[in-house]
Design a protein around this ligand. Structure first.
Ligand SMILES: NC(=O)c1ccc[n+]([C@@H]2O[C@H](COP(=O)([O-])OP(=O)(O)OC[C@H]3O[C@@H](n4cnc5c(N)ncnc54)[C@H](OP(=O)(O)O)[C@@H]3O)[C@@H](O)[C@H]2O)c1
Ligand SMILES: *[C@@H]1O[C@H](CO)[C@@H](O)[C@H](O)[C@H]1NC(C)=O
Ligand SMILES: *[C@@H]1O[C@H](CO)[C@@H](O)[C@H](O)[C@H]1NC(C)=O
Ligand SMILES: CC(=O)N[C@H]1CO[C@H](CO)[C@@H](O)[C@@H]1O
Length: 383
């Protein structure tokens, strides 16, 4: 890291391996279940790769004891990030607010900025503009990575950061924060990555500039894949084109837009349990079919054969008894639900492409109203 002036030498120097050059600094924004799990597999000081976290309600727990991971795939271990920050502003390079690290109480953000900013908050565009929140962290060299459910999550970042590479990511991990700073990974590790260009409204090849940004997205994505895979032991890191990744996002809606809203509206039933009720089963199948028919029209590309069709999703869900979707847990805990990215955005994006999604629209309208009525009631009680 020290800026040693190279001594002039008449012979060409041996090419440096990537690990012997500048350190790579990666910041996860949102130290929840997904963030802590993937961050812990990406911190490799021996390879000059340093991963830091911004935490919020669990800051003091992580600052004091690190992140305790109980994993199905890698056993139990404690992850000590390079640095943990109590807020986004504390992680701004050259900011004066000190952060905490177990080795040093004056850990500061990297002077030369963040190479990767990986957003693992819940996607709640109706509550906070996370692209605006991270803006002070982003410099010319930053690649923005979004590991979140839903569709349309990238658009606010692309608008705000037209020149930065963006990698869009979908994970099927099953993980939860069982208490502050303690993350349990129940099963699965797969993460699918794809670069994000201009969005689907504009063809990716529209300008040389956008093609160049996508190209840089590819390069940064390959790097991440290698680190997670080679050093982090995650075997199923998959890389895709921009359009393929969007197909995967829409495909995952067949699960998230079907079972999650239904869990809340059916009075709290888990995914497999919903399928034991014939009327609910028909309703779930109808949602999946709606997505199955709409997505190819929106994306201009059919679902590839390797993605499970609705009947296969239903069969595998039946076997996974006991699973309760995150939207239900959020509703029960009085937290906002990811309604916009799982229901609102698909309805709006499809409509813009001339496709109506009446089943999703009904779920969206009902849940949004339920949430609003409850929050209005809470606000009145407080007065
Ligand atoms: N968990 C899974 O198994 C799973 C699987 C697939 C996909 N996903 C998706 O992955 C995304 C992340 O989910 P998750 O389960 O990891 O959620 P989570 O456990 O709730 O983690 C989100 C974290 O972000 C923090 N946060 C939010 N806004 C912040 C801010 N402005 N500054 C600092 N921290 C902030 C939250 O802090 P507070 O605690 O203070 O609110 C929380 O610790 C979601 O889109 C989810 O749908 C999750
Ligand atoms: C990890 O910790 C949990 C909780 O303490 C325990 O039940 C489990 O057996 C541990 N797993 C391993 C592999 O040690
Ligand atoms: C932080 O400050 C150093 C020295 O003043 C400067 O070289 C560096 O570019 C700054 N980093 C950022 C991200 O502004
Ligand atoms: C909101 C919340 O759960 N905050 C917790 C964050 O972590 C500290 C330390 O474990 C707890 O004391 C807080 O209650």
């Amino acid at each position: 890291m020290a800026a040693n002036k190279p001594t002039p030498t008449p012979t060409p120097t041996t090419p440096l391996t990537p690990t012997s050059t500048e350190p790579t600094h990666i910041l996860f924004v949102g130290a929840g279940a997904v963030g802590c799990f993937y961050a812990s597999r990406l911190h490799h000081p021996s390879q000059n790769i340093y991963t830091s976290l911004t935490a919020r309600s669990n800051y003091s727990a992580i600052a004091a004891s690190g992140v305790v991971l109980q994993t199905h795939s890698f056993g139990n271990y404690t992850f000590w990030p390079y640095a943990v920050f109590p807020s986004i502003s504390a992680a701004v390079p050259n900011s004066s607010t000190p952060s905490t690290n177990h080795a040093s109480s004056s850990q500061t953000p990297p002077r030369h900025g963040w190479d990767y900013i990986i957003v693992t908050t819940k996607a709640l565009p109706d509550r906070s503009d996370d692209a605006a929140l991270i803006a002070p962290l982003v410099s010319a060299k930053s690649c923005i990575v979004l590991i979140q459910n839903g569709v349309g999550v990238e658009e606010p970042y692309r608008k705000r950061f037209p020149q930065n590479p963006i990698v869009s990511a979908v994970t099927v991990v099953s993980a939860e924060q069982i208490k502050n700073g303690v993350i349990r990974q129940n099963r699965w590790t797969r993460i699918s990555l794809g670069p994000y260009g201009t969005g689907l409204a504009t063809p990716p090849s529209s300008t040389a500039k956008s093609a160049e940004v996508v190209q840089r997205g590819y390069e940064r994505m390959e790097q991440l894949k290698q680190w997670w895979n080679k050093y982090g032991g995650i075997r199923d890191v998959e890389t895709h084109t921009e359009l393929e990744l969007q197909t995967i996002r829409w495909h995952k809606l067949c699960i998230n837009a079907a079972f999650n809203p239904t869990a809340v509206l059916s009075g709290g039933r888990g995914n497999a349990d919903q399928l034991t009720d014939p009327e609910l089963r028909e309703h779930i199948t109808g949602i999946m079919k709606e997505i199955w028919s709409a997505a190819p029209k929106v994306l201009g590309k059919p679902f590839p054969d390797n993605l499970a069709a609705p009947d296969r999703i239903i069969r595998s869900t039946e076997r996974n008894t006991g699973a309760r979707p995150s939207m239900l847990l959020d509703w029960e805990a009085g937290r906002p639900m990811e309604l916009e990215v799982i229901l609102g955005n698909p309805v709006r994006i499809a409509r813009a492409a001339g496709v109506e999604m009446p089943k999703l629209q009904s779920l969206y309208a009902l849940l949004r109203s339920m949430q609003k009525v409850r929050e209005d009631k809470k606000a009145t009680e407080k007065l």
